[in-house]
Ligand binder design. Structure first.
Ligand SMILES: C[S@@+](CC[C@H](N)C(=O)[O-])C[C@H]1O[C@@H](n2cnc3c(N)ncnc32)[C@H](O)[C@@H]1O
Length: 208
C-alpha cells in the first residue's frame, strides 16, 4: 500500500465492496498503524464505558470488531462470551488471534443481520459508525438483536452524528419506545496523533 493516511483512505471508500477490500488489505498492519501513528484509544475508552453498565457474565456482540482491539480489552476486564462481527474477513482473521472471541461472523451493518432477535445481552461498537462506514440505519438491527434491558454502547464521529442521521435516528428510536438514551459523551479526540481535528462521541442506549 502506498504510504498515505490510511484512516482517510478507508473513509474515502466509495461503497462497502471497496471498504471491505481496503480493510482486508490493511488488516495485518491496522493495530500498529492506529495505535503507534494515530494514538488511537477508542477501544479502551469504549470498554471502560461498557463495563459501567454491563456485567462480565453478559453475552456480548462486538459489531465492527475489526482486529479485536475492543475484545482484547473486554477480555482483560473479565468478559468471557463475546462474538465478533465485521464486514471484513481479513479483519476477523486478525481478531481470531486475540483469543477474546467465541464466534466470528462476516455481516454488514445497514443490512439485516443473521442473528435471531434478542440474541445478545448487550452490544458494543467502536469506530464502526463513521464516514463511509456503517450507516445510522445499522442501529435498528443492533436494537433488534440486543435483549430488552440490555445496552448498546457505540462511538460515532461527532460530525457524522449530526450530518448523517444519527441524531435523527436516536430521536426516532426514542419516540418509538425502542430505546432510552442513558449517556452521551462530549466530542473528544480518539486519534490524537494522526487526526487531531477528528472528534468522536460515545453513546449508551438501553433497549426497551
Ligand atoms: C476503524 S475499524 C474499528 C475496529 C475496532 N472496533 C476498533 O475499534 O479497533 C472499523 C471496522 O468496522 C468495519 N465496518 C465498516 N463498515 C461496516 C459495516 N457496514 N458493517 C460491519 N462492519 C463494518 C470495518 O471492516 C472495520 O473492521
Amino acid at each position: 500500500m502506498a504510504q498515505q493516511n490510511k484512516v482517510q483512505w478507508v473513509y474515502e471508500a466509495k461503497d462497502n465492496d471497496e471498504l471491505e477490500a481496503r480493510y482486508d488489505e490493511w488488516a495485518a498492519e491496522y493495530d500498529a498503524d492506529v495505535i503507534d501513528e494515530f494514538g488511537y484509544f477508542g477501544p479502551q475508552r469504549g470498554a471502560d464505558i461498557f463495563e459501567r453498565f454491563v456485567p462480565t457474565s453478559a453475552r456480548v456482540l462486538d459489531a465492527g470488531a475489526g482486529t479485536g482491539l475492543v475484545g482484547a480489552v473486554l477480555k482483560e476486564k473479565g468478559y468471557g462470551s463475546i462474538t465478533a462481527m465485521d464486514l471484513s474477513n481479513g479483519m476477523l482473521e486478525e481478531a481470531k488471534k486475540t483469543g477474546a472471541y467465541e464466534g466470528f461472523d462476516r455481516m454488514v451493518l445497514g443490512e439485516t443481520l443473521g442473528y435471531e432477535t434478542a440474541s445478545f445481552d448487550s452490544t458494543i461498537s467502536i469506530g464502526t459508525f463513521s464516514l463511509g462506514h456503517a450507516p445510522a440505519s445499522g442501529l435498528n438491527e443492533l436494537v433488534r438483536v440486543t435483549k430488552p434491558g440490555g445496552y448498546i454502547v457505540y462511538s460515532v464521529r461527532a460530525d457524522v452524528y449530526v450530518e448523517n442521521g444519527f441524531q435523527a435516528k436516536h430521536e426516532e428510536l426514542v419516540s418509538a419506545g425502542k430505546v432510552t438514551i442513558v449517556d452521551g459523551t462530549e466530542p473528544e479526540h480518539l486519534l490524537p496523533k494522526g487526526e487531531p481535528e477528528l472528534e468522536h462521541r460515545f453513546w449508551v442506549l438501553r433497549v426497551s
